[in-house]
Design a protein around this ligand. Structure first.
Ligand code: NAD
Length: 291
């Protein structure tokens, strides 16, 4: 069993690391939140808490599940001189694809390979080990690491060279955010017309407007005011921003992506770092779209 260094024990990382431990992988874990690390080690026999970067020197694989490229770059810059030649990084955060390419090149100087393998499916599928995983990188490295990915995911697709997974993940989250905003607007407009919000969602689910928000978020997290899906608005805004930046960089018109990026960024600033992305349903957030 490969020895895995797992960095980032947040909403997603904790259940993913739990599954790797259950599959028998020896783990070295790290989170800047000392309590998250302590709790994980206390609940997983044999798992070690990293004390410093050298703690990862015996790892065959280092897996990162961190907020963004700034943090991923900083963490791996610290680790790179300590990793053993031939080790691999599986970068599973949702990050900026151009920065991932540059990171892979820097790691290659240490004889360390990197695949980007971001995930979709949220906390529920992370717990169940049924995430969709989109992989960018050398196909041979992907094949070698696939058994590790299979512990955490169900539909695992190699989508292109390094950075491609991160590009596709950002694009997916743009589509998802656009559908969420469209759904929220439609529910509020229908309700103002006098139609029951629950009926609106149920009828859309039987009709052509059906989408992931109407099926898995509207009743579950929005109409009931729970707003606790486990995916923050700040992280969603980051992802949509990455997607929107691809348009100009690639010469592809993405006007709607820019609008969705502006809205999610404004709403995240207004609602604060603790806000769940389903809070975009609130009038306060939606009203920003008219600015
Ligand atoms: P989170 O904020 O819950 O977890 C991130 C963890 O990283 C936290 O525990 C934090 O303490 C830790 N961390 C931050 N800086 C660190 C550092 N320098 N060193 C070590 N640990 C550090 O976020 P999350 O929801 O688990 O998301 C993680 C990644 O997965 C993000 O890129 C996100 O966009 C993506 N993602 C999230 C979801 C979701 O539903 N939550 C779904 C798919 C993808």
């Amino acid at each position: 069993m490969s020895r895995i260094g797992f960095i980032g024990l947040g909403m997603m990382g904790q259940p993913m690391a739990h599954l790797l431990h259950a599959a028998g992988h020896p783990l070295v874990v790290r989170d800047v939140n000392a309590e998250a690390t302590r709790r994980f080690v206390a609940g997983h026999a044999g798992a070690l808490a990293a004390s410093d970067a050298a703690s990862f020197s015996d790892c065959d694989i280092v897996l990162t599940m961190l907020p963004d490229s700034d943090i991923v770059d900083a963490v791996l810059a610290e680790l790179a001189p300590h990793l053993k030649a031939g080790a691999s990084v599986i970068e599973m955060s949702s990050a900026d694809p151009s920065r991932t390419r540059a990171l892979a090149a820097r790691l290659a100087e240490h004889d360390v390979s990197l695949i980007d393998a971001p995930v979709s499916g949220g906390v529920k599928k992370a717990v169940a080990g049924t995430l969709a995983i989109m992989v960018g990188g050398d196909p041979a490295v992907h094949e070698r690491l696939k058994p590790v990915l299979e512990v955490m995911g169900k539909q695992i697709t190699h989508v292109g060279p390094v950075g491609s997974g991160h590009a596709l993940k950002a694009l997916n989250n743009y589509v998802s955010a656009a559908a969420l905003i469209a759904t929220a607007e439609a529910i509020h407009a229908g309700a103002a017309f006098g139609i029951d919000p629950a009926t609106i969602v149920d009828v859309i689910n039987a009709s052509t407007g059906k989408n992931n928000t109407t099926e898995n978020k509207a009743h579950q997290f929005m109409l009931n005011g729970a707003f606790n899906s486990g995916f923050s608005l700040a992280l969603q805004a980051k992802d949509v921003g990455i997607a929107a930046s691809l348009g100009p960089a690639l010469g592809v018109p993405m006007t709607l992506a820019q609008k969705v990026s502006d809205l999610t960024t404004l709403a995240s600033g207004k609602l604060g770092p603790a806000a769940d992305h389903t809070e975009l349903y609130s009038f306060a957030a939606l009203s920003l779209i008219h600015i």
